[in-house]
Design a protein around this ligand. Structure first.
Ligand SMILES: NC(=O)c1ccc[n+]([C@@H]2O[C@H](COP(=O)([O-])OP(=O)(O)OC[C@H]3O[C@@H](n4cnc5c(N)ncnc54)[C@H](OP(=O)(O)O)[C@@H]3O)[C@@H](O)[C@H]2O)c1
Length: 277
């Protein structure tokens, strides 16, 4: 599996998402086991948020990483409505308790909110100084938001921007991705397999999958990861899905494969508003 530098750590380019985990107690053991299997398969970057299951997902993660915290790079996110000076500190403390750890490697603002960004960044920096987080970053920030941020935070301060990116949603290629590449800032791609929706029955994706003796989901992951500086965080509870996702790190698409996928979803030729789910 390829790796890259994120939040001062070497991480695999494929991690594990956790949205919708921790919502149903009957699913809890399967979710814990899935994250444990993922770690064993090398998917040691885990993405969660206080929002997911209103803390439930962080609890699932806490259970899965017990005894193996050192193997894992942990990413969590604060709600924009908690992103005040005091709110960030309190939210982080609650997340640490649910995660049963004393340290979050990377702490993100989940999406732009109404508190002044400068105040949120100051709160992140305080958490960093206190040794509660390693680095901070943002999510769902478009270029204009990144420019606002860079007016007072050095580009080396913000460790990443986590955004929607998959073959169906490639608007970021027009401006945000080049901006981030220029700032040497890794992009975390969420919904990298389109939430297992229509993408998986797309004709072009299926044809490329056949060429590589792979599945549609694996081709979507390989496509997201075809450029340097990108990390994909698919969420999977089914153990077979986890094995397939880990193996997708070894698939390299040809230019011909990419051209075929372009016929379904061409590269953007003009600015599009940042897509979000
Ligand atoms: N920052 C943000 O605003 C934001 C927004 C959305 C998501 N995220 C993060 O990004 C993560 C990924 O996004 P997502 O969960 O929305 O969507 P996703 O990862 O694109 O899709 C998840 C769905 O795909 C299925 N799946 C996983 N691997 C598969 C495979 N190999 N073959 C077929 N199906 C497969 C999963 O099923 P099973 O679970 O049954 O295996 C699940 O139904 C989230 O979990 C979350 O951590 C962040």
């Amino acid at each position: 599996m390829r790796t890259l530098q994120l939040a001062d750590k070497t991480v695999p380019v494929i991690g594990q998402g956790t949205w919708h985990m921790g919502e149903d107690r009957h699913q809890r053991q399967a979710e814990v086991s899935a994250l444990e299997l993922g770690i064993d398969l090398g998917l040691t970057l885990i993405d969660t948020a206080e929002m997911y299951g209103e803390g439930g997902a962080e609890e699932v993660v806490g259970e899965a990483i017990a005894g193996k915290r050192d193997q894992v790079t942990l990413v969590s996110k604060v709600y924009p409505h908690n992103a005040s000076r005091k709110g960030v500190a309190a939210a982080c403390e609650r997340s640490l308790q649910r995660l049963k750890t004393d340290f979050i490697d990377l702490y993100l603002l989940h999406w732009p909110g109404s508190y002044p960004l400068e105040e949120t960044v100051e709160a992140f920096e305080r958490l960093r100084e206190a040794g509660k987080i390693g680095r901070w970053g943002v999510s769902n920030f478009d270029v204009s938001d990144m420019l606002e941020l860079s007016a007072f935070a050095s580009s080396s301060g913000c460790a990443t921007n986590q955004v929607l990116y998959n073959p169906e949603e490639r608007g970021v290629e027009y401006d945000l991705m080049p901006w981030m590449q220029n700032a040497a800032m890794p992009l975390m791609a969420y919904c990298p397999i389109g939430q297992a929706g229509k993408l998986l029955s797309n004709r072009a994706i299926l044809e490329v999958a056949e060429r590589h003796d792979a599945t549609a989901a694996q081709i979507s992951l390989a496509w997201v990861l075809r450029q340097d500086g990108v990390i994909a965080i698919p969420k999977a509870v089914d153990p077979h899905h986890l094995e397939l996702n880990a193996a997708a790190g070894g698939i390299e698409l040809s230019l011909d494969d990419e051209r075929l996928i372009d016929t379904s979803w061409p590269a953007p030729q003009h600015k599009k508003r940042l897509a979000m789910v």
